[in-house]
Design a binder for this molecule. Sequence first.
Ligand SMILES: [Zn+2]
Length: 196
Amino acid sequence: MKIFALVNPSLFPAVLEDRFRSVLVVGTWIERHCASNPNLTHSELAPPMVVEWSEDRGDRAGIVWTFGGYDFLCSREVRRALEGLGGQFRFEDVVWNSTVAGESTYYWPVPRKVVSIDTALNGIESELVCSACGLTRHRFKLRPLTLPAEQVDERDVFSVREIGVFSPVFVTEKYANELTGLRLPNLRLLDAGLVR
Ligand SMILES: [Zn+2]
């Protein structure tokens, strides 16, 4: 069974002029002190997503991407449409950094399911983030991925723990077909690998 990643259409292929506006993430990270060196901090992404509109001049679509990223926000209408497909997403709050942008309500859809992959099989390397406490992170990889069949249902939405618990968002072929049927604006489904 195939899987697809939900991506910003303007990144694949990358185009200079965005048709739709994106947002800049300005304050989603939690800082915590390093376990071994209190002068160091390690940051982690956490809800709510604090954003502001980027300077690009496109329209505000029902799906809004973080600039250059794989997190997206959705309007109330798009949230309803996604909920119509089932409870695969939870919807985290979005906080606007500037009041001029607050006229629309947007949510941050996050997959309820997080799966784990075999990093060796998928060629995902680790890098040392902090030499004081030995914190490591996996290098980012979008595709192609091979996922374990026992963790993924036929009609599923998930993130991958080793790549990012919030994004990218992956869906199975069956869910992808239903998502395509919704004809949501500003969304592309990118072939991202297989479940086997
Ligand atoms: Zn550390």
